[in-house]
Design a binder for this molecule. Structure first.
Ligand SMILES: Cc1ncc(COP(=O)(O)O)c(C=O)c1O
Length: 383
């Protein structure tokens, strides 16, 4: 029998939906995929070439648990070159995806019974990792009036003697909204007073469509930052991410990494060395502009169909939409939409509880033509 802690872990409902979509496709039906959290682009060629070269040169042994020293240095240089922030490479650990980074950080911070504050709606795995470590995720309702993000005021309202840390993602999954520098500074000030820790997930950092991307690392060396080669860098399947941690936690994180994963994938780390180079960045910036074009099409199209998107998403590749004009049950809405109209989207329930029944998430991770087809199908489904 599985351990009791498994009782709190929730599945991704969208995986069931995706499996059903694949089944329909196998039967010859066409499905527009707006449920998938990874763009349709493949890994940029210079990165793939570097990965192939590493394999051909026999670079297939373990790296140190904290990652290839050259990659940690390259990440540090990236913070300096793009953000003007100096980060000691020693504070950077390379991990199997941002998922590996989340597991490590929560493992060093969460005691049984510790509370971790996070926004609802938010990235679903976060609360499950907290449960795994026998902590208590506190999901704070964060609606459009809060830009779907936490604030110092909300932290003050929900902080207790058991609160250990706060997790946020900027831009966020599922809402694409960003925490402003001022808001982040105010939250950090509050958390420092309470001697807690702040974890900022910056996995969608370079997928920002307004203004310059920011990093929380500019605010101090006491913040945990998570990032990944998955989304912007187009390397989801290579399973590679990183974390930046306060100096005092590095040895413990390294020790845990040795035990949990031994190291991240070696060929993937060699491939990622090419991710920050100019030819790759050119491709990635072109893709970012294409994602912006898709967002600029889909956002008004969904609004004119009657979906409520009150806060303009500034980043990532998601639109979190109120569908209460059409249904009181967003889960049934997504399954019927798939069966009857061949459009796959994600139900709100995957991101938390707060008004989940009246929300769905659209991902603009497919081509413009397919998005247009999806909107046509949605329009006749709703009519
Ligand atoms: C906010 C957020 N954090 C972390 C992850 C994990 O990404 P990966 O492990 O592929 O780096 C995701 C994936 O969708 C995400 O949306």
């Amino acid at each position: 029998m599985s351990a009791k802690r498994l009782a709190s872990i929730t599945p991704f409902h969208v995986m069931k939906l995706l499996a059903r979509a694949r089944e329909l496709e196998a039967q010859g039906r066409s499905v527009v995929h707006m449920e998938i959290g990874e763009p349709d682009f493949i890994t940029p060629q210079p990165v793939t070439d570097a990965g192939i070269r590493a394999l051909q040169q026999g670079k297939t042994h373990y790296t140190p648990a904290a990652g290839l020293p050259a990659l940690r240095e390259a990440i540090a240089r990236h913070y300096h070159d793009q953000f003007g922030v100096s980060v000691d490479a020693r504070r950077i650990l390379v991990t199997p995806g941002a998922s590996g980074a989340l597991q490590l950080i929560l493992a060093v911070l969460v005691d049984p019974g510790s509370q971790v504050l996070m926004a609802d709606p938010g990235y679903p795995c976060n609360r499950n990792f907290v449960y795994l470590y026998e902590g208590e995720p506190v999901m704070i309702p964060a609606g459009p009036e809060h830009g779907y993000q936490l604030s110092a005021g909300l932290l003050e309202q929900y902080w207790t003697g058991r609160t250990r840390c706060v997790m946020l993602a900027s831009p966020s999954n599922p809402t694409g909204t960003v925490v402003s520098g001022g808001m982040l500074q105010a939250m950090l000030g509050f958390i420092r007073q309470r001697e807690g820790s702040l974890i900022v997930d910056e996995i969608y950092q370079n997928l920002c469509y307004h203004g310059k991307p920011q990093t929380a690392l500019a605010l101090g060396e006491d913040i945990f930052v998570i990032n990944s080669f998955s989304k912007y860098f187009g390397m989801t399947g290579w399973r590679l991410g990183w974390l930046v941690a306060p100096e005092a936690y590095i040895d413990d994180l390294d020790m845990l990494a040795q035990n949990l994963f031994l190291a991240a994938s070696t060929p993937a780390q060699h491939a990622a060395l090419a991710a920050f180079e100019a030819p790759t960045r050119e491709v990635l910036e072109q893709r970012r502009r294409e994602l912006q074009r898709r967002r600029d099409y889909l956002l008004p199209a969904l609004r004119s169909l009657g979906f409520g998107i009150p806060v303009e998403p500034q980043g990532a590749f998601y639109l979190y939409a109120d569908c209460s004009r059409f249904t009181g049950n967003s889960y049934t809405f997504t399954t019927t939409l798939l069966e009857e109209a061949g459009v796959a989207i994600t139900p709100g329930i995957d991101f938390g509880h707060y008004q989940a029944d009246r929300h769905v998430r659209f991902a603009y991770t497919t081509s413009m033509e397919k998005l247009q087809l999806g909107v046509e199908r949605l329009a006749s489904f709703i009519a």
